[in-house]
Design a binder for this molecule. Sequence first.
Ligand code: PGA
Length: 256
Amino acid sequence: MEPQTGHTRAMLVVGNWKMNGDQASNDELLQAIKQYWPHDNRAQAAICPAFVHLEQVARTLKDTPVGWGAQTLNPNDNGAYTGEVSAAMLTDMGCRYVIVGHNERRRLQSESDAQVAQQFAAAQQAGLIPILCVGESTAEREADQTLMVIRRQLTAVTAVVGSEAFASAVVAYEPIWAVGTGKTATPEEVEVVHKYIRQEFGALGNRLPILYGGSVKPDNAANLFAKADIDGALLGGASLKANDFLAICRRAHEAR
Ligand code: PGA
């Protein structure tokens, strides 16, 4: 029988460091995570630093339960793409995950739904687990278009890779208005969207990890994780502080 409840999926907490850090501050943060990682913690965790810091993160976190990944990738195999990084380069660095379609890349680097789909496909072909970010803007939410936007973002990807590809993928719901703003969506608002995403995938939806991202902090994580369809978090700001990151991982462990 297919598992029927959210409680059968492992919890996952991913830290998106964005364009932050240097070797000294990264080392401090990583050493603290290593030292204080609770040995009984059932939640999975990963760190996604800037490309230039992947080697440092990989070296420091190897032999720990914490994985790592990148914040984006170029879908081409190799060649004349100055400044870009391929999926194979990421697997070569030991990455397990790669974030695709983060709203900051969709907006600031003009990445289209179609490009995000290509990135998702290239990531999976190389054996990476794509973390596909979807989410609506303030205007879209106010116009009651949230689910329509999510559907468009998901369909762009399933049209290229098929729904079955989500058997080894993660979806992160990140309402743009909640990212980096200190305004968190309520657990109820998040749950509506997560349920919708799960339904879109039919039976497979029961196994799909769906994270929430947008101003998750130690003091709101427990309420979010208490919802059956919220399988963890994609963290920005909170992943830059070892205490916050560890506290949220702890909440994830306690939730299941
Ligand atoms: P935030 O960022 O936690 O700082 O809101 C989340 C994200 O961008 O993934």
